[in-house]
Design a protein around this ligand. Structure first.
Ligand code: MG
Length: 387
């Protein structure tokens, strides 16, 4: 049929895009739908709309001011939660595309995976967990990411949260890395391969960029990290090509992941998306040899980066800030906490947790100053030199 427009109808474009997916990928139209039914968009696929909703939230913009490992502000070049998130999204998209998975869904899960991360990295998370445990609850950043997109952020006055497709929400629930939970954890049924892939992309991204940031901050030398077999292998590849250690690490990890995952899917007779959602074992894997090499590198980074005294000093100050802000807000809840409590109809500690978890590092520090809290905070010590 002749038409003035060169643009194919959405349904036709979706059909064409679906034809390029592996049979175990989540199709572009999705399978589980949204909690509140909405009319289809004229031009974007369902997961593309979800991606746009995530990117346009305030929570997403605040990721730029949240620490990844160092207290943000020490250097302009170290990763923040925002740049980490973008690196995870890039690696997730690449893996999804290569394995014939749904790139848009993987991107959504990656972009939203750290929205719930509080200021000051994992120390901020621990401090909030201590606060919530005192009140008979707990805090965990993956759950908070889910709460942000289902309750706290707004898209329409017609529903709470962003009303994302359920595959994205399931992907956030199942987001687990060795950093977050034991590696041998079983996944409840319903997890897409796209979600499995994002978990590993997260691990690939932080391992590679933490090497970069640790070297940039001179917390260890290039020579020292090459004592670790995986870093040595990456360094040899980098040297031959004149490129970065980071890039070679990512290359070694993703290529291992492709081969291992493809073989594993075949060995488990995973042929359809139904086969994927009915299995409780993680389906995307590194090889056993790579797992071992990766563990050695993680252990090196643990000793020389996360446990290093400049990082620990920043962590301590972050922990004090979060702890004291929670205590101060409990005594005298600021208007924003009252507003959040009203909106969510929850408890006071929950509203405090939602407020503090949403803060950037700098905002938390300013609040601490305003409340005259003694957090021992000053300029970050030993600001690393620019590479
Ligand atoms: Mg992450």
């Amino acid at each position: 049929m002749y038409t003035d427009s060169l643009m194919l109808p959405l349904a036709e474009r979706m059909k064409q895009a679906d034809a390029l997916l592996a049979p175990y990928a989540v199709p572009h139209e999705g399978m589980l739908g949204r909690s509140v039914k909405e009319p289809e968009d004229e031009t974007r696929f369902p997961f593309q709309r979800d991606r746009d909703r995530i990117i346009h939230t305030q929570s997403f913009r605040r990721l730029k001011g949240k620490t990844q490992v160092f207290v943000a502000g020490g250097s302009d070049h170290v990763r923040t939660r925002l740049t980490h998130t973008m690196e995870v999204a890039q690696i997730s998209r690449d893996i999804a595309r290569t394995l014939g998975l749904n790139e848009d869904l993987a991107e959504c899960i990656a972009l939203a995976h750290d929205l719930g991360h509080p200021p000051f990295g994992h120390t901020g998370e621990e401090a909030l967990n201590v606060f919530m445990t005192k009140h008979g609850a707990h805090f965990e950043h993956n759950e908070q990411s889910l709460r942000i997109v289902t309750v706290l952020e707004e898209h329409s006055s017609l529903f709470a949260g962003l009303n994302l497709n359920r595959e994205v929400l399931e992907g956030l629930k199942k987001h687990q890395t060795p950093h977050d939970a034991p590696a041998d954890v079983l996944l409840p049924p319903g997890t897409s391969l796209e979600a499995h892939v994002v978990n590993l992309a997260d691990e690939i991204a932080y391992t590679a960029h933490d090497c970069d940031d640790g070297l940039g901050a001179k917390l260890f030398s290039f020579k020292a990290i090459q004592r670790i077999p995986l870093a040595r292998e990456a360094a040899e590849r980098s040297k031959a090509r004149g490129t970065s250690l980071r890039g070679s690490l990512i290359h070694l990890l993703v290529t291992d992941l492709y081969a291992t995952t493809e073989n594993f899917l075949a060995s488990q007779a995973i042929r359809t998306v139904q086969d994927v959602v009915h299995t409780s074992r993680p389906l995307a894997h590194f090889s056993a040899a790579m797992e071992q090499k990766l563990a050695q590198l993680r252990s090196f980074l643990w000793d020389h980066l996360y446990m290093s005294s400049p990082v620990q000093a920043c962590n301590e100050k972050g922990r004090n800030t979060v702890t004291q802000l929670c205590a101060a807000f409990e005594k005298d809840p600021p208007p924003k906490v009252k507003e959040l409590r009203q909106k969510t109809q929850g408890t006071l500690p929950e509203a405090i947790k939602d407020y503090v978890a949403g803060m950037t590092d700098a905002y938390a520090l300013r609040q601490a100053q305003e409340f005259h809290l003694m957090t021992g905070l000053g300029a970050p010590p030993d600001a690393p030199e620019e590479p």
